[in-house]
Design a protein around this ligand. Structure first.
Ligand code: S3P
Length: 164
């Protein structure tokens, strides 16, 4: 089984994903990290050298390579659930949406070098966040809220155990 964590940039997918993987004794994979290793470039470098469309292709092919993985927690980049071809792949995974508020996400991302953050000001990012939420809700099998990562992890573990 693959548990895929989705949500906006800065929502806590990686932190929560590591806690969840530890709790379940699953492997943890950060999809962006996987792409960086494959391409031998950082995400900002991929965007700068080849453009966003190329990055989205890498993202799709990376996601497809995990479709039949076992016991894996996969932290998705914030843009993954947008493309229809990714939505199809996500149907084969158990998807958890980390629903953090825009302000919480913004605090965590505003000083980072994420290409999309660099391209937009705060109000543009807020609109981008709101546009994305629809897609996250569409792909999610479970949504967890709040700031208490430990509680959120427990909630996911509980839910997943009932499914196994
Ligand atoms: C992106 C989110 C990033 C990364 C890339 C594009 C997006 O991942 O994949 O910079 O389109 O939302 P995180 O959500 O892990 O920051």
């Amino acid at each position: 089984m693959v548990i895929a964590l989705c949500g906006y940039m800065g929502s806590g997918k990686s932190t929560l994903g590591k806690m969840l993987a530890k709790k379940l004794a699953f492997d943890f994979v950060d999809l962006d990290g996987y792409i960086e290793e494959k391409e031998n470039m950082s995400i900002p470098q991929i965007f700068a050298n080849y453009g966003e469309a190329y990055f989205r292709q890498c993202e799709h092919s990376a996601l497809s390579s995990f479709l039949n993985a076992n016991n894996t927690v996969l932290s998705l980049g914030g843009g993954v659930p947008i493309a229809d071809e990714n939505k199809k792949l996500l149907k084969g995974m158990f998807v958890v949406y980390i629903d953090s508020s825009f302000e919480d996400c913004y605090k965590r991302i505003k000083t980072t070098d994420r290409p999309i953050v660099k391209q937009k000001n705060k109000s543009e990012l807020e609109k981008h966040y709101n546009d994305r939420v629809v897609h996250y809700k569409k792909v999610a099998n479970l949504t967890v809220y709040g700031n208490n990562l430990k509680k959120m992890t427990e909630q996911i573990v509980q839910f997943v155990k009932e499914k196994i």
